[in-house]
Design a protein around this ligand. Structure first.
Ligand code: AMP
Ligand code: MG
Length: 308
């Protein structure tokens, strides 16, 4: 998945801890084999190049993951949508970057959206409906992998662990010593912590448009696309989501970055199950805003007040 996974566990003995960590890495390898779009032999890569109109048999696991992604796509009004592959191509986000023409953008928009894939409700098949459509799992693969790694650790008898997958942290455990303090970086200066979160039995995922940007003709083009407009999301700040399920945290941080601070805040205020923190870049300053559910996780050694 193009990033680093670090796992630390509390175990009875060293050998048992190492064996548990190995089983977690094996679980992540399995998810990579299902979801990676950076290799040709993953299951998703096979679906992504399947002939248009031909049903592809999926593993039950991939089928369930795609249905889960579709659920969160609907729940976020289409802001989260892994079927943005055609737009990724139009903007050449995996190459040097490109500003597409109006025609190219229109064509890519038609080929965008989970509606370009027919996922059966009963069987485990999917049909690709457009030759330019493909599923980009970059917005949720890491979260799914963390969830499976945690399952493997628990299966190996581990009750307390910290996992960090390219910045998305999962703190496992319910004991007194299992709290993990996680800094939330400044959206532009990533080595600078703006706030800190206290996590226990939860995962924190941050999405920002200032992370990986290409500069094309003087314009900065980020890696997160608004499937509704076809445009890259403007670099307005970052979103951090805290949830029990790391896959949900991953999907929602991407989705809420697309929704933006206003619509995103309205969405977040209705949810008591996920903590949401927005860091808005305004005139060289950073304005933090969060929903009520986030209050339980904020380390308030500073004098920040809740806004909006
Ligand atoms: P994250 O860093 O988790 O926010 O995921 C960003 C990645 O998700 C991008 O690099 C793309 O691979 C993919 N992506 C881009 N736009 C979207 C979107 N609107 N919905 C779902 N995934 C997206
Ligand atoms: Mg994500």
């Amino acid at each position: 998945m193009g990033t680093t996974l670090r796992i630390g566990v509390a175990a009875q003995d060293r050998a048992g801890g190492i064996a548990a960590i190995e089983s977690a890495f094996n679980a992540v390898r399995k998810i990579d084999g299902l979801l990676s779009t950076w290799r040709d032999d993953s299951e998703i890569a096979q679906l992504n190049r399947a002939p248009v109109g031909a049903p592809v048999r999926l593993s039950g696991e991939l089928h369930a993951l795609l249905r889960e992604a579709a659920h969160w796509s609907r729940a976020t009004g289409g802001a989260f949508d892994p079927a943005v592959g055609a737009l990724v191509d139009a903007w050449d986000l995996r190459g040097a970057g490109r500003i597409p023409s109006a025609d190219q953008l229109a064509a890519a928009s038609v080929a965008t959206g989970l509606g370009r894939f027919a996922l059966s409700d009963t069987g485990v098949t999917a049909v690709r409906l457009d030759a330019a459509a493909w599923l980009d799992t970059g917005g949720f693969g890491k979260g799914v992998a963390l969830r499976e790694a945690a399952r493997a650790l628990r299966g190996a008898g581990i009750e307390s662990a910290i996992l960090n997958f390219g910045g998305q942290v999962l703190a496992l455990g319910s004991g007194a010593g299992d709290e993990v303090i996680v800094p939330v970086a400044h959206p532009l200066r990533r080595s600078e912590a703006v706030l800190r979160l206290r996590l226990q039995g939860r995962s924190a995922s941050t999405s920002s448009q200032s992370e990986r940007t290409l500069t094309v003709g003087g314009r900065r083009v980020g890696h997160i696309l608004d499937p509704r407009s076809g445009e890259p999301v403007p670099p307005w700040g970052s979103v951090t989501v805290v949830a029990r399920d790391p896959a949900v945290a991953d999907m929602l941080s991407t989705a809420l970055l697309v929704l933006g601070p206003e619509a995103g805040a309205r969405w977040a205020e209705r949810r008591s199950d996920v903590g949401v923190l927005f860091l808005l870049q305004r005139d060289g300053r950073v304005l933090p805003r969060w929903n009520r559910a986030m209050e339980a996780f904020l380390v308030t050694e500073t004098t920040i007040s809740r806004r909006g």
